[in-house]
Write a protein that binds this ligand. Structure first.
Ligand code: NDP
Length: 443
């Protein structure tokens, strides 16, 4: 215990400006203190001191020319955090808020998430402070080509396989893949989330949102209930939120909110997803445009949806988007489960409050692992030069998510913290990675 505290102090000193990274490390250490209490011999502190330091961090200049002929300069990042159980794997985020701390926290979380999938993938993450919003397709293409012109030398199908994240969808992956292929003269599975015509996997687009609902469904079933007739509040209206909404609706729930960074919509009749897909996937518009088709819905500018009464809350936008005050409001309004589609969306004090109030809480590193799991399946199909059917991939995804839930539940119980899936997720994944690192010596 004392040693864990000392190690955390060292991490803090070394990463003094990286608030999000420290938040992610602290959450993991809190769970690992349970190992120190129950099985101190399994804490492997010599491993842990290496695991908190990325294997490699790359920061690079990304110059590109905008539609007015003016040179723009962004900053690119790739953090290759841990390769103990497989090639580095994790998405690229394009958003103006991107910095070292955010990429480091995402890369650190990815190590544990990927271990939970049971597939052979290490942890990494990357991105840029480039904002695709408001840019033309030609500008996005020139940016992606410039980004890949540096990144290509650091990645490869057996080295590091990036994917999408906030601001990086099918369009961006296509431009990045095209440039990689051109520079390397090689058609390989170096990125996941590819289009179906050039090596992508069926279900990858839907996988994170569907996987979140499969995890939640397993958790609810374990407690004798289901999505049927539940009211669900979702934040975000991007890739994860849209397909979480779709699957929750298919499983019998009524989804009443979605949001973007400008505000949220509330439709008491249930969200009409066709309208949302048209706004977000076709027109790249704002969520408030929903009201043009659905005048009964309301739009609240500059707010998040957690004040709307619900049974299940699915934060699917970004980190630290659900704070203590909002958690209190959810609990007051009768929420039974909070399941994270985004990475680290719930603040630590809000997590503690939910757990103290016996709310079912699914941590993102477990409940949103469906995206990377499906990416792992895309890598397998690329390696075999095969394409599996939608039903095949969906069944594998569901099996993986149910297995992750059971691992979290059973490990939490084994370590004396029943129903604290965050403890189970951190311990089970840590032990897998730590044992692999130990076996490979001090590297
Ligand atoms: P998208 O870019 O498709 O959508 C992001 C959504 O979140 C948009 O509605 C966006 O609104 C909103 N959002 C982004 N930043 C903020 C912010 N600072 N404040 C409020 N709203 C914000 O991203 P994804 O759906 O892919 O990702 C959402 C979350 O899920 C992220 O945390 C990501 O790391 C996580 N995740 C994604 C996976 C994937 O497969 N895509 C896999 C696992 C986790 P706006 O358009 O206004 O910016």
């Amino acid at each position: 215990m004392t040693d864990l505290k000392a190690l955390y102090e060292t991490v803090k000193q070394r990463n003094a400006n990286d608030a999000e990274f420290l938040q992610a490390v602290e959450e993991v250490f809190e769970s690992l203190s349970v190992i120190a209490d129950v099985h101190p011999e399994k804490l492997y502190e010599d491993v842990l001191s290496r695991l908190v330091e990325p294997e490699r961090q790359i920061i690079f200049r990304v110059p590109w020319v905008d539609d007015n002929g003016k040179t723009q300069v962004n900053r690119g990042f790739r953090i290759q955090f841990n390769s103990a159980i497989g090639p580095y794997k994790g998405g690229l985020r394009f958003h103006p808020s991107v910095n070292v701390s955010i990429i480091k926290f995402l890369g650190f979380e990815q190590i544990f998430k990927n271990a939970l999938t049971t597939l052979p993938m290490g942890g990494g993450k990357g991105g840029s402070d480039f904002d695709p919003k408001g840019k033309s397709d030609a500008e996005v293409m020139r940016f992606c080509q410039s980004f890949m012109t540096e990144l290509y030398r650091h990645i490869g199908p057996n080295t590091d396989v990036p994917a999408g994240d906030i601001g990086v969808g099918g369009r961006e992956i296509g431009y990045l893949f095209g440039q990689y292929k051109r520079i390397q003269n090689e058609f390989s599975g170096v990125l996941t989330g590819k289009g179906l015509t050039y090596g992508g996997s069926l279900v990858r687009t839907e996988a994170t949102g569907y996987g979140l609902c499969y995890f939640t469904e397993a958790m609810l079933k374990d407690k004798g209930t289901s999505f049927e007739n539940k009211t669900v509040v979702i934040s975000g209206s991007g890739n994860v939120a849209i397909y979480a909404c779709q699957k929750a609706q298919e499983l019998g729930a009524k989804v009443v909110t979605l949001s973007d960074s400008s505000g949220f919509i509330y439709d008491p009749n249930g969200i009409d997803l066709a309208t949302v897909k048209d706004i977000k996937e076709v027109r790249r518009g704002r969520i408030k445009e929903y009201l043009e088709m659905h005048p009964d819905a309301t739009y609240t500018e500059g707010a998040r949806p957690w004040s709307i009464p619900c049974d299940i809350a699915l934060p699917c936008a970004t980190q630290n988007e659900l704070n203590l005050e909002e958690a209190k409001e959810l609990v007051k309004n009768g929420v039974m489960a909070v399941c994270e589609g985004a990475n680290m969306p719930t603040t630590p004090d809000a997590i503690h409050y939910l757990l103290e109030n016996k709310i079912l809480y699914a941590p993102g590193k477990a409940s949103n692992a469906g995206g990377v799991a499906c990416s792992g399946l895309e890598m397998s199909q690329n390696a075999e030069h095969l394409s599996w059917t939608f039903e095949d991939v969906d069944r594998k995804l569901k099996d993986i998510m149910v297995n992750i839930f059971e691992t979290c539940r059973d490990t939490a119980a084994e370590y004396g913290h029943p129903d604290q899936y965050v403890v189970g997720a951190n311990i089970a994944s840590y032990l897998k990675v730590a044992e692999a690192m130990k076996a490979q010596g001090c590297v």
